[in-house]
Design a binder for this molecule. Sequence first.
Ligand code: AMP
Ligand code: MG
Length: 403
Amino acid sequence: MIHESEAREYVLERCRVLTATPTPLSLLTGLVLAQPVAATQDVPPFANSAVDGYAVRSVDVADVPVVLDVIAELAAGAHTTMVVGPGQAIRIMTGAPMPDGADASVMVEDTERVDGGIRVRIGRSVPCGAAVRTAGDDVLAGTELFQPGAVVTPMVAGVLASVNARLVLAVPRPRVAVLSTGDELVDDGSPLQRGQIRESNKTMLLGMVAEAGCVPVDFGIVRDDETVLEAVLRDAAESCDAVVTSGGVSMGDYDVVKAVLARIATMRWMQIAIKPAKPFAFGLLGPRNVPVFGLPGNPVSSMVSFELFARPALKKMAGHTAIDRPVLQAVAARPIQRRPDGKTHYVRVSGEFGADGRYHVDTVGGQGSHQLAASAAAQALAVVPDGDGVAADGTVSVMLLRL
Ligand code: AMP
Ligand code: MG
């Protein structure tokens, strides 16, 4: 058995960041930038009113109340060549450009239209610059906004839109082929014959791939047949950036994934000192050296193996530098029992933040590697080192899968 860090290093070393491509703004959210982005224009592009109200000369409203002539109306998107002179005001809406002559806006709540609407009484004095957003107040032209490696969050995408960055070099989402293997698997809803079971891993892994920010590609269930499996794997490695298989990598006589990959790919077969998910295979397939993750077939093992080895690698391929789930020091609500066996145990736990600000975890039901239903309730994986487990109120590291 090897330590999990060795397997992780082995995998990460062999997974390369995908080649960046010019990407339209509409597709950038969730991707990682591969170029610096500098603003080519000011945001906002012109001085404008921050309020609905009146554009005035601040000297005119030094003593209030005062009545000013309303000489025009200015909506957002409009502009005027009229100049606000002494004793004058322009009705202005939020975002409309400040007219020449005016140096402040008075919000409408501090005003009242008088004399049949041709004049306005200003009830509050405002200083020069009040409620005016100057050009470049948000972003000045020339400012370096983002560096390569920045993750495009929805807000970042909004900023890119605001500076008209419409085509930006970014790392694409890895396309990830997912396939299940096994003669016993059924996924078409038909009645189970003796010995058959319902497929679950592919459904789960396609979702996990998507949740990791990649494009999942469903390659179906492949029977335990070497010829068929070889064709499917080659096809997957041709059309995708990575391949995730489940099943067929342990010690069984029909572990055809093992037989085929050993022949057509450069593989390393690992027994990792963890529970669940001891067997794991990784290698490179085809002329493009596409990473292949051979996950174990037991559903919970598949999940843990994906979390520990495939997910960080796929994140890396997508250009992320933060590739790991957050790890917290949590409090065990009840003892987490185990016996020494030379392995680190990844115990599925539910968890919540308590009034004390700490994260409290409790083991979910069945911890068997086939008991996916119990694991589905987990928010985190508790990392329980080799030994006798964790006492009640003891501290335990947990990998947060979700909040
Ligand atoms: P294997 O690694 O192929 O020997 O599979 C180990 C166990 O996981 C067996 O009990 C399989 O029936 C089960 N298994 C394999 N693949 C799947 C799958 N896609 N969905 C549900 N169970 C599976
Ligand atoms: Mg099998």
